[in-house]
Design a protein around this ligand. Structure first.
Ligand SMILES: C[S@@+](CC[C@H](N)C(=O)[O-])C[C@H]1O[C@@H](n2cnc3c(N)ncnc32)[C@H](O)[C@@H]1O
Length: 268
């Protein structure tokens, strides 16, 4: 299965890519203007505990790329001692970049062109944060190569992506606000394989149970650090109990009882 796996959108020609981004533009418009204010904590708490706390230690002169930065929410829960770095946010949506610049005026912001070339020099960044972005883009292997290009030797990539099929790939798309039909998860083994082919050293592929846990959190958000710790313990237990049950295609209820995303960390 892993050897034969082909990711939807990874072999698109320029016309198919153009169509993809036309559809995505509608999705971006839905995001404009405070979309992320609704639940700023949910993903960011996981990001902090599962990826940033163990793997993100920038020093003040380091340059950090936040690719697909949206409104810059990756920075929201970073403690002050992890904030003293040079921040560059890149996104394909100018309205989101404007919102990010309002929120964090100390950062630098660049618009991503549709041609897939990241507007940055070779080796420009010490870290690249890519949180929930690649499942929105065609030709993921090309974007991974681009991210590798803009990292300095020894630079670190921190990724978070959903890991299962959805939308058009499974022939169904529910027209929910903010959900594009092009979105599809990316399996952890695929990300690992592509990064290794680029010569990167994969340090971690950490599954996370975002689906169920985030649904719970939408209704009930803990008010204390202790409450958040319990959520993380729940996530760890769910991962442990069902890590064997990861399927890319999940047509039955029992196939959905599995982690829904991965954090992947790799050094160049
Ligand atoms: C689900 S949001 C994730 C935002 C943020 N990184 C986070 O963790 O909350 C996906 C973001 O990717 C951006 N995006 C989509 N396609 C992109 C592309 N080709 N290049 C750069 N950013 C893109 C969208 O505009 C949006 O801000």
């Amino acid at each position: 299965m892993e050897e034969d796996f082909r990711l939807y959108g990874d072999d698109f020609d320029s016309e198919a890519i153009r169509q993809w981004f036309l559809e995505e533009a509608q999705y971006h418009n839905q995001f404009a203007g405070g979309r992320f204010e609704d639940h700023p904590k949910l993903y960011q708490v996981f990001d902090w505990h599962l990826a940033f706390a163990p793997y993100f230690r920038p020093t003040p002169n380091m340059r950090v790329l936040d690719f697909g930065c949206a409104e810059g929410q990756a920075l929201v829960h970073l403690p002050a001692d992890r904030l003293g770095f040079q921040y560059v946010g890149i996104d394909s949506s100018q309205s989101l970049l404007d919102a990010a610049a309002m929120r964090n005026p100390g950062g630098e912001y660049r618009l991503m062109p549709d041609d897939g070339r990241i507007p940055a020099q070779d080796g420009e960044f010490d870290y690249a944060l890519v949180l929930g972005v690649l499942h929105h883009v065609p030709n993921v292997s090309h974007y991974l190569a681009e991210l590798c290009r803009v990292l300095s030797p020894g630079g670190r990539l921190i990724l978070r992506e959903p890991c299962h099929a959805m939308g058009r790939v499974v022939g169904s798309h529910r027209a929910l606000p903010g959900l594009s039909p092009n979105e599809r998860g990316i399996p952890g083994f695929y990300l690992k394989r592509q990064l290794e082919q680029l010569g990167m050293r994969v340090l971690a592929v950490r599954p996370a149970y975002h689906g169920v846990v985030l649904q719970l959190l939408r209704r009930w958000q803990p008010s204390s650090e202790g409450g958040w710790q319990k959520i993380l313990v729940l996530d760890a237990l769910l991962n442990k109990a069902s890590g064997w049950n990861v399927h890319y295609y999940r047509p039955y209820l029992w196939t959905k009882l599995a982690p829904t995303a991965n954090y992947v960390v790799a050094d160049k």
